[in-house]
Design a protein around this ligand. Structure first.
Ligand code: G6P
Length: 614
């Protein structure tokens, strides 16, 4: 949800900002802009509708010389994507420019008051309200920019990460955060500012994650200073980044999504490393070991998440209920927060989020904490808000995921949930040692199995041609394969814009069966598990109505293979591990269908990877 970059130093300001914006484009890409302050203290704002590449074209003939700058790539919240709504926004007198990620909830009230005071607005955004408010306070109180920003933020209700520059001061950026991420990179005589660390990873590995309610003063030649909204000095915790530049590049693949699909054998190895030991007979998850009492005493587990992470959460329910016999509820974080949830002190609440920044998930965590539950986070982005807001947790360690449609993060989340269920089962003695060893042993081999599944790539690419012009898809699965069906359908929707519905296979006869004809492909996920016989009947029901079936089955399957029109075979696994294996061909299928349709798979329309607004 919008990406912010800032730079103050002797490097090429414009180039650093643009490169940084490209790295943050996963956060939104409907318009982009830069504010550049030159050596004379003049601010130039260049902004335009569309992606960062449009901004580059727009700036091609502009004077982009600068000493300091801030930049923004937008995912629209207030006002349509347009040149005028693009950031940065100026204050009325053009003295300050601001970029903002988040939403100012009381912007209407503030705007009306500012209009009463004679301010004129040039955009529909809440951000311009903040720019005008800061300037109004500065002029009225005759105070510094820092003091005006602090005062303005004390009047604001909502979420923000902001960066502000001022005319006549090419040596300062003021930045602040509340509920939207912001990190400051500290280089040699230079400072970087960004929504995540990716824009400056090649320049420095030292950074400071700003905390909620903090304001940073970034001044040339001076040490970083951080104060709070009530003007107390804050501590500066310097974090060392462990990210490499190669993780942020396509590495020879045409798209990040394809690269990330193919990275899965390695990302799963990274995810498992050090956690499955003694030949698979023992699982070590520090987040569980350090909080044994909480997991031993838990009467119930509630999983909160959004999007793909919610699908991983559904799998978490099957895994934990199966292995640990603890009741599990899985909630959309956005619904949970407003559902007057009943939360007990001995509940364990697990929040799952790739980005670690999803606003609804963060709000759900807050509610769970207030109710006294133990809150455990599963995230990918190290140092993001969710790992910091939860009491304990674990990272999925799959490296930066840049394609907007989640792939390697999903399999990483499912893997971590499997390890979590196994380690709770170990703790509570709800699984025999033999069974744990059997599953643990297969987990160690999962990266190799995924490598094998990826060999289906060419076949899937060919198959995708048959399905490219379908207008609707049905994805069916039962048990562990039901969330896989939901995730497969979501992947297709997200990047190809084809309508797709995931359904529990047995539920199909209560409605969706009416849709089945030759025009609508049905994708059936049918590994040989305890529901196999049941799903065979569902496959027959679809076929009897002339449906066109693509089935994901296990190697050696003879029954469904004879009924389905097309089959993709994956290796045989213990039932609880099948989702990791069966979801990979569905990722490839969505990818190729979207490519055949000429869609931008890495930046699908209207979506953003990190959703920091409600
Ligand atoms: C967005 C992304 C999805 C993601 C969801 C939740 O909608 O496009 O891919 O699953 O947010 O994000 P999180 O970072 O919390 O997993």
């Amino acid at each position: 949800m919008c990406g912010i970059v800032g730079y103050l130093g002797d490097g090429n300001v414009y180039d650093i900002l643009i490169k940084g914006l490209h790295r943050l484009e996963y956060r939104g890409y409907d318009s982009a802009g830069v504010a550049l302050v030159d050596g004379n203290g003049e601010i130039s704002v260049f902004k335009t509708k569309g992606k960062v590449s449009n901004l580059e074209a727009f700036c091609a003939d502009k004077d982009i010389d600068a000493r300091v700058g801030i930049a923004h790539t937008r995912w629209a919240t207030h006002g349509e994507p347009s040149d005028s709504n693009a950031h940065p926004h100026f204050s009325g007198d053009g003295n300050i420019a601001i970029v903002h990620n988040g939403t100012i909830e009381n912007y209407k009230l503030l705007k009306d008051a500012l209009i009463q005071h004679g301010c004129e607005f040039h955009s529909e955004t809440d951000t311009e309200v903040l720019a005008q408010l800061i300037e109004y306070i500065r002029v009225t109180n005759n105070c510094s920019l820092l003091a005006a920003v602090r005062e303005a933020l004390n009047q604001v209700v909502g979420a923000y990460a902001i960066a502000v520059v001022e005319k006549n001061d090419p040596d300062t950026i003021i930045a602040a955060r509340q509920s939207s991420p912001l990190v400051i990179g500290i280089g040699n005589g230079e400072y970087f500012l960004a929504s995540d660390a990716t824009p400056f990873v090649e320049y420095t590995n030292e950074c400071v994650y700003l905390k909620d309610g903090e304001i940073a003063e970034i001044r040339r030649g001076q040490p970083l200073k951080i104060t709070t909204l009530d003007n107390q000095e804050a501590e500066i915790d310097i974090t060392k980044l462990e990210m490499s530049i190669s993780q942020l590049e396509k590495g020879g693949y045409p798209h990040f999504m394809l690269k990330e699909i193919f990275e899965q054998p390695d990302t799963l190895r990274d995810c498992i490393r050090g956690r499955v030991v003694e030949n698979g007979t023992r699982i070590i998850l520090n987040g569980v070991n350090d909080n044994k009492e909480k997991f031993l005493n838990a009467k119930r587990i509630i999983i909160v998440a959004c999007g793909t992470s919610w699908h991983a959460g559904l799998l978490g329910r099957y895994l934990i209920q199966d292995m640990c016999r603890i009741p599990v509820e899985v909630e959309y974080a956005s619904e949970f927060r407003y559902s007057k949830p009943i939360i007990y002190k001995d509940d364990v609440v697990i929040a799952i989020s790739q980005s670690g920044e999803t606003a609804d998930t963060l709000a759900a965590i807050q509610i769970a904490k207030e109710a006294g539950a133990f809150v455990f986070g599963i995230s990918n982005v190290v140092g993001s808000s969710i790992p910091r807001e939860t009491y304990s947790g674990c990272y999925i360690h799959v490296g930066p995921e840049i394609g907007v449609a989640s792939t390697k993060a999903f399999t990483g989340q499912v893997m971590v949930l499997t390890l979590l269920a196994l380690s709770i089962a170990q703790l509570r003695n709800t699984m025999s040692q033999d069974k744990i060893a059997e599953v643990g042993n297969h987990i160690l081999r999962i990266p190799d199995y995924v490598e094998k599944v990826l060999k289906l790539n060419d076949k899937i690419e060919r198959l995708s041609l048959i399905f490219t012009y379908a207008r609707n898809f049905l994805y069916l699965g039962r048990g562990y394969s039901y969330p896989v069906a939901l995730e497969g359908a979501l992947k297709l929707k997200e990047i190809s814009y084809i309508h797709a519905e995931g359904y529990p296979a047995a539920e199909m006869k209560h409605g969706p069966i009416a849709l089945i004809d030759q025009e609508m492909p049905t994708v059936i996920i049918a590994p040989q598990d305890h529901l196999y016989e049941k799903i065979v009947s569902n496959v027959q029901q679809v076929k009897a109505r002339g449906g066109n079936i693509l089935a994901i089955v296990n190697e050696g399957d003879t029954v469904i293979s004879n009924i389905a029109d097309h089959v993709l075979e994956v290796p045989v696994m213990p039932e609880c591990l099948t989702p990791i294996i069966t979801s990979v061909p569905l990722q490839l299928l969505s990818y190729y269908i979207a490519i055949n349709k000429g869609k931008d798979v890495d930046m699908p329309r209207n979506l953003a990877k990190s959703v920091t607004v409600e």
